[in-house]
Design a protein around this ligand. Sequence first.
Ligand code: PLP
Length: 367
Amino acid sequence: MVDVDTVIDRYSEFAEAFPGARVQYAVKANPHPAVLRALVGAGAAFDVASPGEIDLCLKVGARPETLSYGNTIKKPADVAHAHAAGIREYTFDARCDLDNIARHAPGAQVSARLLLEGGPDSVTPFGDKFGCNVDDAVRLLVRAAETGLDPVGVSFHVGSQQLEPDAWDVAVASAAKVFSGTAEHGVTLRRLNIGGGFGISYIDTAPPMSAYADTVLSALHAHFPEPPELVCEPGRALVAEAGLIRGEVVVVSRKHPTDEHRWVYLDIGRYNGLAETENEAIAYRLVPVGEHSPEDGPVIIAGPTCDGDDVLYQRTPYRLPLSLRPGDRIDILSSGAYTASYSSVAFNGIEPLRTYCISEGRLISAE
Ligand SMILES: *Cc1c(COP(=O)(O)O)cnc(C)c1O
């Protein structure tokens, strides 16, 4: 269940924390049409990653000029589709992608995505998959100008569920080097996209939004002679706390009579929405529903499929009531981000996670 009003509250808080910034919701975090429609109504822009996400946003009423194609991995046909749909802003990190954009979206605004080195890791880091180094970013942005594109700036992403606001200070400093590097070649950049990554509280507590905003705004002040236009791309921070998944306990067992640990198997696991439990990265807060004994004990929590990797928590210490039985319900809190969108179509015949959107306490859509 997703409370769309909470999404809009988070969006408003975010827009207030970063005054003057363009807030682009990263659609992949929760692409439910009711969520997107509400964000369109609130004036949000969107970070899209594929023709499918573009079409979805346009269908719920977003204007093409509010969409930015942030995925650096796109086929020529994807760029052509985006261009035909009216998308005028793209991010790249490689020369072949840049050349595709020049060919299939002539004159478009382009930003270089920066590979971040030396900053703190997030809970679910991107590693070296995205971005190019400062020198390549400068070289490619200058090339962009030569091929008739409009080189607007730099983007980065410090890793999702980033609990260290200082990560943005390191990244903003690198971005400033790209700005001064292109200026030496007569190319003036104007826009800085500080990505997503803003954390929310699961079992571990995240810093408040104001801590992120303070760090970002003082980093801009420290590293830029003149502050650039600011773009933020929150995904998780807008939708996670709006969502709740109610799972059911299917089996409770012990592998040996003397084991203290019980195995608790739920009807939801890694493949039906809880993909972010991979490596136990995201540790959701789990709350048993209804009356239970005050005594609890350690548990290993697993999903329902016939896959050995479908174990949610084996190292993270979870405890559940000793009275827990098959048929009992368990609420998975703050689960509105990266759940329904990660749910497989029919692994082991289990249907994809259904989303029920509510607003003002009433159901507005079920899909
Ligand atoms: C996923 C993604 C985001 C959102 O990240 P969160 O950690 O959910 O805030 C923003 N920008 C890009 C390019 C992304 O791929």
